[in-house]
Design a protein around this ligand. Structure first.
Ligand code: PMP
Length: 361
């Protein structure tokens, strides 16, 4: 046995070349970087959850099919009866399961650019070729470019977030439907931010045999639980289920999610407050000198500001953490993304930003 091992010799080169998904430390900061819901659940609901924790049989494996939770999800999210549901440890895991089942040699995973970074990363994990079709300058879909890229690369799977992260906009639904019609493989519509948009493609599942739809509870106030779901026809979900690791959704996630879903009114009320705050924040940012702010249908706002990296650092120094996108894609030059927080957090963010801007001119 050799007495030293060299990971560089053993590990796949494309993994060696990757940087791990970076989660910056945020202790003590106003955390507006990760699209979390800033609100806790009401005390009554938290007390109910405490009782669930006390009584949960954590010595046993969880229900592998999470059947009771699936019934709650079906009701709460109005999932069509003729569609199947698969659960994931967050929707990240579902993206990975989908990538793994299509990963034949040379298979292509396609998305747009800029898009959610995990589409590209997971393509690499699964040994898929990644093709990212640039959006137009205004972050709308470039339908012609998409259609020709589809003809050229014949993607096994296309991921489109609706609304898109990090840009916050909804793509044109007719353009998406055209893409679904032309695609030779699966099209996954990722509706992670559905709660903050007023539209969904859920009702198109019946019509399009290659369409799958993904949701998550993360942005609704349950990011810490890790629960994502995929809705689609059984032909696909039977195959995907083979790749899902047993017990990927733990007992606490199952119990707590089910309890919280019995109070969707609470979640929706919080989402509505966030939407109202988003509108306020948009108006405040729009009047600041030197800021270009982009409309959003999600719980975050993208904006462009001269010297974005310095502004980002200055905010961080003053205890406010947002996301710096400058340098991640040519369309995102000088762009920063801020999650909509509580009214107090948003005010503090806007005021601090204004101060920083007035100091730098
Ligand atoms: N899809 C999109 C578009 C996202 O922005 C995110 C989170 N940033 C996810 C999926 C992953 O969400 P989760 O794994 O928490 O369900």
């Amino acid at each position: 046995m050799p007495n030293s091992y060299d990971p560089d010799q053993i590990i796949r080169p494309e993994i060696l070349a990757l940087s791990a998904y970076h989660v910056p430390p945020a202790t003590g900061m106003i955390k507006l970087d990760a699209m979390e819901n800033p609100y806790m659940l009401p005390t009554v609901l938290r007390d109910e959850i405490a009782q669930l924790v006390v009584n949960a049989p954590i010595n046993r494996y969880p229900d592998a099919s999470a059947s009771s939770l699936k019934v709650s999800l079906r009701n709460a999210l109005e999932i069509p009866d003729n569609m199947d549901v698969m659960l994931g440890n967050g929707s990240d895991e579902i993206i990975q399961i989908i990538a793994l089942i299509v990963a034949k040699p040379d298979a292509v995973l396609m998305s747009v650019e800029p898009a959610f970074v995990m589409f590209r990363m997971i393509a690499t994990f699964a040994n898929l070729q990644y093709v990212g079709v640039p959006l137009k300058d205004d972050f709308t879909l470039d339908l012609d470019a998409m259609l020709s890229a589809i003809v050229k690369h014949k993607p096994a799977v296309i991921f489109l977030a609706y609304p898109n992260n990090p840009t916050g906009n909804l793509f044109d639904a007719d353009a998406i439907l055209k893409i679904i019609q032309v695609a030779p493989g699966i099209v996954v519509i990722d509706e992670a931010y559905h709660a903050f948009a007023d539209t969904s493609l859920m009702d198109k599942l019946v019509q399009y045999p290659n369409l799958l739809l993904m949701r998550t509870l993360s942005k609704l106030g349950l990011a810490g639980l890790r629960l994502g779901l995929l809705v689609g026809r059984s032909e696909w979900l039977i195959q995907l289920e083979k790749m899902r690791l047993p017990y990927n959704v733990g007992i606490m996630t199952q119990l707590i999610a089910e309890t919280v879903l019995s109070r969707t009114d609470v979640l929706l009320e919080q989402a509505n407050i966030i939407k109202a705050e988003r509108a306020k924040m948009y108006r405040r940012l729009a009047v600041l000198n030197g800021i270009q702010v982009f409309p959003s249908d999600a719980n975050f706002i993208l904006f462009r500001v001269y010297g974005a990296s310095e502004v980002f650092e200055a905010l961080k120094q003053r205890g406010i953490l947002i996301k710096n996108l400058d340098g991640t894609h040519p369309l995102l030059v000088n762009c920063l993304r801020v999650t909509v927080g509580t009214p107090e957090e948003n005010t503090q963010f806007c005021e601090t930003l204004q101060t920083i801007l007035s100091e730098t001119v």
